[in-house]
Write a protein that binds this ligand. Structure first.
Ligand SMILES: Nc1ncnc2c1ncn2[C@@H]1O[C@H](COP(=O)(O)OP(=O)(O)OP(=O)(O)O)[C@@H](O)[C@H]1O
Ligand SMILES: [Mg+2]
Length: 136
């Protein structure tokens, strides 16, 4: 387990960049944190660490999954509005192992078989700062 304090969006990206640069390329990463805590910012940093342009990363309200390519592949799930049925329809198992999977609102994926053994990122807002906990 690693703990960091981030004082800015840029610091959060840097923490995420270093984290994802250490990945093999097929991990599942569940991201926890309240609204506007920096989950998408963290995914941008992850993209950058995987050799992907971070500007590709966005979280449109009604899109459940985005796929970004660069040096590696990054699948980005945002489960804020997703229902379990939809999650089943996606068939995540079929592309696991092709790339890194980053999941915003990780709590909604916890009962999925593919979430077992995943890495957890917890973002805890503390005033203007964010505590970021990486649980491997
Ligand atoms: N230390 C910090 N780390 C990350 N973001 C920060 C930090 N301090 C302030 N912010 C701001 O908080 C906001 C985080 O937005 P972001 O979209 O990443 O949150 P989110 O958790 O993905 O939100 P949502 O729940 O809507 O998906 C940004 O506006 C960012 O600039
Ligand atoms: Mg988001």
């Amino acid at each position: 387990m690693h703990e960091f304090i981030s004082k800015s969006e840029e610091e959060t990206k840097a923490i995420a960049r270093e984290f994802s640069a250490s990945l093999k390329g097929q991990e599942v990463v569940l991201i926890y944190g309240p609204l506007a805590s920096g989950k998408t910012v963290f995914v941008k940093g992850m993209a950058s660490g995987l050799g992907i342009d971070e500007d590709l990363v966005s979280s449109p309200t009604f899109t459940i999954m985005n796929i970004y390519t660069g040096e590696k592949l990054l699948f980005h799930l945002d489960l804020y509005r997703a229902e379990e049925k939809e999650l089943d329809l996606l068939g995540i198992e079929d592309f696991l192992g092709m790339g890194v999977l980053a999941v915003e609102w990780g709590e909604k994926a916890e009962s999925q078989p593919w979430a077992e053994g995943s890495i957890r990122i917890r973002i805890l807002p503390q005033g203007e700062e964010r505590k970021i906990i990486i649980e491997k």
